[in-house]
Design a protein around this ligand. Structure first.
Ligand code: PRP
Length: 218
């Protein structure tokens, strides 16, 4: 470990939330007081502080997304593809996936939040609904990660009630070891172990979504 007295961190250019989070991490890690840690705001990469390892590097992500795009383009030829992405986590994956799909398709977004008093119920609150009807369309639900499966299972129920012509799931990451509800995942980017991942849209306390790769936090 570095000598705390020598620790001189440059935070210039970071936004205040990130800088504060970095400060919390450093304070805990080095048991520093504000007096002992000289923090300057310049060229700081706070996201790298807690990252234990890169689980899926950027090039592997892009390669796999390109493959998924080809598979989906083939499967949905002559269909009416409506991509439905679930915010926030899937926004980067959905953007790259859509660009890898070579057939006509639309994209719409749903935003959800869990009910704090019943997190294991799988019931979520829809905070932003779709803007277009999906009735009669071929819907592809796009998720960044499926963990317990509760969220996707609930959303599939909600979307099915709107009578799409078909309804399938595409998930970038599948943490099937944690599954509570069995769920058909038609398109899967990567199977991952039971570790906490961030990056490429996924967060820890709203941070790290901007990492271009998937990482495991220390
Ligand atoms: C993540 C992810 C899925 C859900 C999967 O969302 O985007 O929606 O968790 O978990 P489950 O399979 O156990 O239900 P999160 O709650 O982290 O919100 P976010 O997408 O806004 O970051």
């Amino acid at each position: 470990m570095r000598d705390p007295e020598d620790f001189n961190l440059n935070l210039s250019g970071s936004n205040p939330i990130v800088a504060n989070r970095a400060w919390q991490i450093l304070s805990q890690k080095f048991s520093l007081s504000t007096k002992k840690c000289a923090v300057e705001r310049k060229n700081f990469m706070p996201n790298e502080i807690e990252i234990e390892k890169v689980l899926i590097p950027q090039d592997r992500l892009q390669q796999r997304i390109s493959e998924l795009g080809s598979e989906i383009s083939e499967a949905y030829q002559n269909k009416d593809l409506a991509v439905v992405a679930i915010l926030k986590g899937s926004f980067i994956f959905a953007a790259d996936l859509l660009r890898a799909i070579a057939i006509a398709s639309t994209i719409d977004f749903m935003s959800i939040s869990s009910y704090a008093n019943q997190p294991q119920s799988g019931v979520v609150r829809i905070t932003k609904d779709l803007e277009e009807s999906i009735t009669g369309r071929d819907v592809l639900l796009v998720e960044d990660i499926i963990d317990t499966g509760l969220t996707a299972n609930y959303l599939l129920r909600v979307l099915r009630e709107r009578n799409p012509a078909s309804l399938q799931v595409c998930a970038l990451l599948d943490k099937s070891a944690r599954r509570i509800i069995d769920l058909p995942v038609a398109y899967r980017g990567f199977e991952i172990p039971d570790v906490f991942v961030v990056g490429y849209g996924m967060d820890y306390q709203q941070l790290y979504r901007n990492l271009p790769y998937i990482a495991v936090l220390a």
